[in-house]
Design a protein around this ligand. Structure first.
Ligand code: PGA
Length: 261
């Protein structure tokens, strides 16, 4: 995989937004897989800036969701559908009928998961999937020891993840749902390009384990090592435990500009 070390979160956002813009210029109806959480926000801000300046038009792109809480009404402000409408679709000028996501309110959750995998396949698959990483190494909501071949399914959140996400629920862990639907690791690996973005020292251990550790389900993000086109974009703090940091810096600094990530 390629590791790109950037000075700060804004620089990471710009590199990823530029990769999305290049993709959409080449393929206007591309399927962009997006993630929630704090880390991707600079990407969406940088892409929205490009849209406003006329550098790219993403209005024909399709936006695919990575994961969703189970049981939160779709119009709850913290359902990921609501978060993505607010943070991604509206600023980018993408209509909700171009949004793909699982139904977290379905009575038959398993059927909703299977329907989502089928919808992604029918859309032609995800062209670029943006991923965050949990402090425990999760991608999507695939918590440690998720099968590396898993499909979209229901998962139970770890207490750590509920603690991490309580900040979106007035700091009240009791309001954080226990269950989620997440694209499986096998589903995620089907995207044509995986871009994992991590910023801050709190992610340094998880990044080092994912990039330089063995491929192991105990660190779900290590599955990116199995993907032919995976890019890990990290700021200096998140890169601080990488043994090969100087090698990654050298490689990226000497890469031809036209190649992008
Ligand atoms: P964060 O979440 O970007 O808010 O840290 C990342 C994740 O849990 O995947």
């Amino acid at each position: 995989m390629e590791v790109v070390i950037v000075p700060d979160a804004a620089a990471g956002g710009e590199i990823v937004a530029e990769a999305m813009a290049r993709l959409v210029r080449r393929k206007p109806d591309a399927v962009l897989g997006v993630a929630t959480g704090s880390t991707p926000l600079p990407v969406y801000e940088a892409l929205a800036t490009k849209v406003r300046s006329g550098a790219v038009d993403v209005s024909r792109a399709r936006i695919a969701q990575l994961d969703e809480y189970v049981g939160l009404p779709a119009d709850h402000p913290e359902s990921y559908r609501s978060v993505l409408r607010r943070e991604v679709l509206e600023p980018l000028g993408v209509a909700m009928d171009q949004f793909l996501g699982p139904d977290g309110t379905a009575d038959d959750v398993q059927a909703a998961c299977e329907a989502y995998d089928a919808a992604l396949a029918a859309a032609g698959g995800v062209d670029l999937q943006l991923l965050g990483i949990g402090t425990d190494g999760h991608i999507g909501f695939n918590e440690p020891c998720s099968s590396l071949a898993s499909r979209t399914r229901i998962k139970t959140l770890t207490e750590q993840t509920r603690v991490d996400n309580a900040r979106f629920f007035d700091g009240d862990i009791e309001q954080v749902p226990h269950h989620v639907i997440t694209q499986g690791i096998g589903t995620i690996l089907e995207a044509r390009h995986l871009v994992l973005l991590a910023t801050g020292e709190g992610k340094a251990d998880a990044v080092a384990a994912s990039v330089e550790g063995p491929v192991a389900s105990v660190c779900p993000a290590s599955a990116l090592q199995l993907h032919p086109h995976a890019t890990v974009v990290v700021d200096e703090a998140a890169a601080s435990k990488l043994k090969l940091a100087d090698y990654f810096r050298h490689t990226y600094a000497n890469k031809p500009d036209w190649q992008g990530i």
